[in-house]
Design a protein around this ligand. Structure first.
Ligand code: HEC
Ligand code: HEC
Ligand code: HEC
Ligand code: HEC
Ligand code: HEC
Ligand code: HEC
Ligand code: HEC
Length: 431
């Protein structure tokens, strides 16, 4: 079931050979008819058969004759739908990016630049650049010569580190921010803007609730494009969505600390971070980045204080998607993976952080000075920054005046600096 998107042909169980590159499905990326899809390698429990009933049959001859380089819909068939549906995981990757307008994404704008994913995620011998496990939170190199730098997918690799034109005093100040503030922070003012909602909360505790022993769905959320979204599924539990909302901001140096299946955590410290974002103001390699924050209540081993594997999909009796019994499904999952499991099952709140980097808005929609440099500005909660103009409290008025003076002085400084450079040029030109 998971192998529809996770490598390979014929991955049915724990005996799959990950070293055999012939097990890679080529058509999922190279079919240009938009009709090809991967199917699960096993049928799953009867309770789940309904999940694939409505898919049209694939015309393999037509597909084989329509091979081309991958478009947005190819990459998106997996990346838009991870987590079990459109836009569920990311908040900046969903089906609205198949044919977006400029307001949604200046680069992928179908009538404009019309970038494929691979325009930024360049690849060499099928090694795709860009990652969230090993991100470039701050690119200090900028653009390279053509053909160079096949290793990154950063904004700077096309725009350089000083991308703003010196049109006015205010825009002059923008380039001074790029060392501490990620491009994405100013250029992606809100996320999930394309009419497709993203999930922000998922509670597994209610999973398994059935009607007379039969699984059911509830669809009580209508997203902006008019489609209804499931707010409850027997197989998964309860969901909460959000759309067109401000991201959270954090210092980020490209590293995250992962809570994996092997990590023992302190269950009293909640929520358990699945991927704690590293970086702070004093860290010169860190910048302020936007994130989608996702809350999940998920099963865990109470005694060992670890996450657990739940055996979801299968034709056997223990599969949760069929028997709706967490105790059995987790015991089987842990046993298959040969991991220690105490048998004491509980549920724990967790939090994960999804870096935001797609859905770059037109420049006219970028954050302006007062989005940050004002009381209640966007970075108000962020540790380690003194925000000129952003102070609240008993002395705020005085500190604020100082702050505003600083902002003005900053602008003045640039103006004076720019002026001198102009003059310098003038004098050099004369002599
Ligand atoms: C519709 C496609 C799709 C299906 C089906 C799918 N995944 Fe994924 N999964 C992805 C993609 C794509 C990623 C990489 C990150 C991204 O872009 O979302 C991913 C990443 C992951 C990760 C890394 C952590 C994370 O959340 O990014 C785990 C763990 C994972 N998947 C587990 C599973 C399991 C278990 C199943 C089956 C129950 C499954 N996936 C089914 C598409 C899918
Ligand atoms: C994850 C998506 C993906 C998968 C899966 C994939 N490819 Fe590709 N493939 C690409 C991309 C992207 C390019 C373009 C590379 C570039 O231009 O640098 C490419 C390029 C190619 C090219 C070169 C085409 C040209 O015009 O230069 C061939 C041949 C190719 N792939 C064959 C395969 C085969 C065979 C498989 C299965 C074993 C496969 N691909 C699986 C994404 C994929
Ligand atoms: C304008 C350039 C650009 C385009 C177009 C683009 N991306 Fe990205 N993407 C980035 C950058 C920059 C990152 C951050 C990568 C890093 O720091 O390593 C990123 C990160 C990612 C990540 C991993 C991090 C995350 O967000 O979870 C995935 C997956 C991804 N992109 C998929 C896609 C897909 C699929 C498409 C096409 C629908 C696409 N990208 C189009 C620039 C782009
Ligand atoms: C068959 C499903 C599938 C297709 C199609 C696909 N990917 Fe992926 N991709 C994945 C999965 C699953 C992962 C995560 C692997 C993992 O985390 O273990 C991934 C990882 C990535 C990453 C790294 C993400 C990270 O966080 O490190 C990038 C970038 C990416 N893919 C871009 C692309 C691009 C660009 C295309 C289209 C040329 C594409 N993918 C097509 C399934 C797919
Ligand atoms: C593959 C190269 C490439 C990458 C990577 C890239 N851009 Fe662009 N970007 C362009 C091109 C080309 C244009 C159109 C010409 C221009 O305005 O410079 C553009 C235009 C823009 C514009 C102006 C939009 C408008 O209103 O006209 C902004 C803002 C922008 N990019 C921000 C970003 C950000 C933020 C990132 C990283 C997430 C990024 N770009 C990554 C190539 C790229
Ligand atoms: C502090 C906020 C901020 C940061 C950080 C920022 N930008 Fe901008 N950017 C803006 C604003 C505001 C504009 C619109 C300027 C105007 O009025 O023309 C803009 C305009 C642009 C344009 C259009 C070119 C132009 O001058 O008209 C591009 C391209 C761009 N930014 C790319 C980037 C890239 C790449 C980064 C990261 C290296 C980045 N920006 C970081 C706020 C920011
Ligand atoms: C995304 C939020 C954000 C936006 C938008 C923003 N700033 Fe800032 N600004 C900051 C942060 C954060 C700092 C402190 C950086 C540090 O700790 O080094 C800062 C510092 C400053 C400083 C003092 C340090 C210096 O570089 O001189 C001035 C002056 C300033 N900003 C002016 C401006 C102006 C003018 C604009 C509009 C063109 C603007 N800022 C837009 C977040 C922002």
């Amino acid at each position: 079931m998971c192998a529809q998107c996770h490598a390979g042909y014929g991955w049915k169980d724990e005996n799959f050979d990950f070293t055999n590159q012939e097990n890679i499905d080529c058509l999922v990326c190279h079919d240009r008819t938009r009709t090809y899809y991967k199917t699960p390698n096993t049928k799953g429990s009867e309770a789940c058969a309904i999940m694939f009933e409505n898919k049209p049959l694939i015309d393999y001859v037509k597909v084989a004759q329509s091979v081309g380089l991958p478009g947005r819909e190819n990459c998106g068939s997996c990346h838009f739908n991870g987590g079990g549906g459109d836009g569920v995981k990311h908040g900046d990757l969903d089906s609205s990016l198949i044919e977006p307008g400029k307001q949604l994404d200046v680069h992928m704008d179908a009538k404009g630049l019309n970038f494929a994913c691979t325009k930024c995620h360049i690849s060499d011998k099928h090694i795709v650049s860009g990652s969230r496990y090993d991100m470039v939170a701050k690119d200090t190199v900028g653009t390279g010569k053509p053909g160079e730098r096949r290793d990154v997918a950063t904004c700077e690799s096309c725009h350089g580190t000083r991308p703003h034109k010196l049109q006015s005093f205010a825009t002059m100040k923008l380039n001074d921010h790029t060392d501490r503030i990620a491009c994405q922070t100013c250029h992606i003012p809100t996320i999930a803007r394309g009419g497709v909602a993203t999930m922000v909360d998922w509670d597994w505790r209610t999973a398994g609730r059935t009607k007379n022993g039969v699984g059911f769905h509830e669809e009580n959320y209508t997203q902006r494009n008019g489609e209804k979204r499931a707010t409850f599924k027997s197989i998964k539990g309860n969901f909460t969505y959000n759309e067109d909302f401000k991201p959270d901001y954090m210092w980020f140096n490209g590293r995250m600390d992962y809570t994996t299946i092997h990590t023992r955590f302190n269950s009293k410290v909640q929520p358990v971070p699945i991927n704690a974002v590293r970086g702070e103001a004093t860290d010169s390699g860190a910048r302020i980045w936007p994130f989608k924050v996702m809350h999940t209540v998920m099963p865990y081993d109470v005694k060992n204080e670890t996450l657990v594997y739940t055996h979801l999909w299968g034709e056997d009796k223990a599969a949760f998607w069929g028997n709706y019994n967490f105790k059995e499904a987790v015991a089987k999952g842990m046993q298959d993976a040969k991991l220690p499991y105490s048998g004491e099952l509980g549920f724990i709140p967790t939090v994960s952080y999804w870096p935001i980097t797609h859905m770059v808005a037109p420049k006219t929609a970028a954050l302006t000075c007062d989005n940050c440099h004002a009381a209640n500005g966007r970075l108000q909660k962020l540790a380690g920054v003194y925000m000129p103009g952003g102070v609240t409290g008993p002395f705020s008025r005085y500190v604020d005046i100082l702050g505003i003076l600083m902002v003005l002085a900053g602008i003045g400084g640039v103006a004076a600096h720019g002026g001198l450079r102009l003059l310098g040029g003038y004098w050099r030109g004369r002599s």
